[in-house]
Design a protein around this ligand. Structure first.
Ligand SMILES: C[S@@+](CC[C@H](N)C(=O)[O-])C[C@H]1O[C@@H](n2cnc3c(N)ncnc32)[C@H](O)[C@@H]1O
Length: 278
């Protein structure tokens, strides 16, 4: 069988399993299995594959056919300038979370040596991106999941970035003061889980998805450690409620930021005695 025939077979199989972008996924999986670039799949289109190559491709395509997230099957995923190891220990970092980092960097611009904490760091995506992109930042990251923290530590080491990790509930054990508290907390309601794609519902850690009052508690708890900005990724339908909560709790400069698709995605607010930026 040629590479082209295997690619077509993989695409048809993934389509039959309900995968949203079967051709793209088949290309990425074959490229990974055969250690080729996507372009090389086409320059070698008519080359017959060895048995070992076909077996390697089949193993990855079958995993994806079970609707395992592409990022878990590939084992790594790009987030801003980072390539992060991704597996079932933590949520796959999402493109919309890149906007959260964008807002953090903008809000930190005027601060010389910012102190930042990422609450619920998962793979480490937000904390590591800030550590990488913002010189002189000192970054802490917490998670209640030991497995997620283990992955985040591996990602810090692989990318040679310094982040101080803490296992625990939200901001437990951290005293501050911080210039910025950022979080992408779980924000799916338990009743909404069944309606999600199998990749999310059946594979990503439940404690990374399902809200258990973390956002509301963080609005309150961040006040203890913050002289600066709170930046929260939110469910688009709840941005307004979260911003009302922040205003009611006494935060200033409360604003909602939209993602590239125009959905309300980030809520940011200032807590402290004096406001250094904005
Ligand atoms: C939606 S995921 C976000 C992961 C990562 N920050 C990202 O944006 O890709 C939420 C993370 O919060 C963690 N988490 C859930 N409840 C928590 C709590 N009470 N305290 C600390 N972390 C918590 C989960 O284990 C998970 O890693």
């Amino acid at each position: 069988m040629t590479l082209g025939e295997v690619l077509k077979g993989a695409t048809d199989y993934l389509a039959s399993r309900g995968v949203e972008s079967p051709r793209r996924d088949a290309e990425l999986l074959l490229a990974r299995a055969l250690r080729l670039s996507r372009i090389e799949l086409y320059t070698q289109y008519d080359r017959p594959l060895t048995d070992a190559e076909r077996a390697a491709a089949r193993a990855l395509v079958q995993r994806r056919g079970k609707r395992e997230p592409l990022a878990y099957v590939l084992g790594d995923w790009d987030f801003r300038r980072l390539t992060l190891k991704t597996d079932a220990r933590a949520l796959v970092p999402r493109p919309e979370t890149e906007i959260v980092v964008e807002r953090c960097l903008a809000l930190l611009e005027a601060i010389e040596s910012p102190r930042v904490v990422d609450v619920g760091t998962g793979s480490g995506a937000i904390a590591l991106a800030i550590a990488q992109e913002r010189l002189n930042a000192r970054v802490w990251a917490t998670d209640s999941s030991p497995a997620a923290l283990e992955l985040a530590r591996e990602n810090a080491e692989a990318n040679d970035l310094a982040v101080e990790f803490r296992e625990g509930d939200l901001l437990a054990g951290l005293d501050g003061p911080f210039d910025l508290v950022v979080s992408n907390p779980p924000y799916v309601e338990a009743g909404e889980l069944d309606a999600l794609e199998p990749e999310v519902r059946d594979w990503e850690p439940r404690e990374a998805l399902v809200a258990d009052g973390q956002t509301e508690r963080l609005v309150h708890d961040a006040q203890r450690v913050l002289v600066g900005w709170l930046v929260l990724e939110v469910h688009e339908a709840r941005a307004r409620i979260v911003s009302q909560d922040l205003e009611a709790a006494g935060y200033a400069s409360v604003a909602i930021v939209q993602d590239l698709a125009g959905r309300d995605r980030v809520v940011e607010a200032w807590w402290g005695t004096t406001q250094s930026t904005h």
